[in-house]
Design a protein around this ligand. Structure first.
Ligand SMILES: [Zn+2]
Ligand SMILES: [Zn+2]
Length: 339
């Protein structure tokens, strides 16, 4: 069945139905040769672009072989009883971030260049007809949905605005009309003042555990200066540094971490949005209450998460939060079950 969108008429949830994706290789469960490794280039669809160093590629961008959405389709709505199937075109690309298979993000020296390619591809995909939004995400670890271990990110050009982004946009707008300022800029000022939820900061960016974190160790990373669009960002070296710092902390504090890194950029030309990266470690799975209500129960307060991440950075390798010393031992032991 060709990939298409369906909208639930009760909840307004959009769903992409793409059963071809079920047949994609999974190197966590099989020993297939990795299509992203040097020498296996013919196993990916024809390359969109590459970055070379000393005449060898270090970054490749290719179409996803098992796309969630395809571009070569006309926008067709097919009615089926009371329902509609939307055969809308979209884009699904993979950014292979390194030629080396087993690198953790902070071991990829040229990651500033990778971030620059993220911005470039976002800009290019947004120019395409019918693309209303670009979502860039990086899944690390089997619990975060990564099917291939090889370092890579994915970018999806969507024919409509995702509900989460339209929600965020409307809150940005509402906050600005009430207070005359950007909600995220105010949030950054508040976090700088309060300090306890700040995880890392440099001259251009801040990373903090958001006040209403949904997940254990949820982290948001954003530019200190207001900027709605990720693809207008210029400080990629500085962004790489803080991202590496935060990822080091995650790997030091959490045993075998799995996490998603997601870029939220403005859905339109308006100035209201403030681009940010959400880093979502997968520690406790959402359960019945979360699925049923849309509410989240977070068993690690953001203040505690920020404290553990910051102190883990200084400690030698901690294999489990339960090994934290001193005043955290009691509280941390009670967290053991979620790891
Ligand atoms: Zn590989
Ligand atoms: Zn702002």
């Amino acid at each position: 069945m060709e990939p298409h969108l369906r909208k639930d008429i009760i909840s307004s949830n959009w769903v992409i139905v793409s059963d071809e994706r079920a047949s994609r290789p999974n190197d966590y469960t099989t020993s297939n040769k990795c299509p992203f490794c040097r020498g296996n280039e013919e196993n990916t669809p024809p390359e969109i672009m590459r970055v070379e160093k000393n005449n060898r590629w270090i970054i490749r961008v290719v179409p996803n072989k098992y796309p969630a959405l395809v571009y070569n389709t006309k926008n067709i709505i097919e009615t089926e009883g009371i329902y509609q199937k939307y055969y809308y075109s979209g884009v699904h690309e993979v950014i292979i971030e390194s030629d080396e298979h087993n690198k953790i993000i902070y071991e990829i020296e040229h990651f500033d260049k990778v971030l620059e390619i993220f911005a470039l591809r976002m800009r290019e995909i947004l120019k395409k007809d019918n693309v209303k939004y670009v979502m860039l995400f990086r899944n690390y670890g089997v619990n975060a949905g990564a099917s291939l271990r090889h370092p890579h990110s994915q970018i999806i050009g969507l024919p409509l605005l995702p509900v989460r982004i339209t929600d965020e946009m409307s809150h940005f707008k509402r906050y600005r009309s009430k207070h005359g300022r950007c909600a995220f800029c105010d949030m950054i000022e508040e976090e700088k003042r309060y300090k306890k939820r700040v995880i890392s900061k440099n001259k251009d960016f801040i990373a903090f555990a958001p006040f209403a974190s949904r997940f254990n160790f949820e982290i948001w990373l954003a530019p200190l200066r207001h900027n709605p669009h990720f693809y207008l960002e210029k400080n990629f070296k500085s962004l790489k540094n803080i991202l590496f710092d935060v990822c080091h902390m995650i790997h030091n504090t959490i045993k075998n971490p799995s996490y998603n890194i997601i870029i939220h950029t403005s859905p339109c030309s308006a100035n209201d949005f403030h681009w940010h990266i959400e880093i979502l470690p997968k520690i406790a799975m959402p359960a019945g209450f979360e699925w049923g209500s849309g509410f989240y129960i977070n068993t690690v307060s953001p203040e505690e998460a920020a404290f553990l991440l910051r102190s883990g950075k200084k400690a030698s390798k901690i294999s489990d939060v339960g090994c934290q010393k001193t005043e955290n031992r009691k509280r941390s032991n009670s967290l053991k079950s979620v790891f």
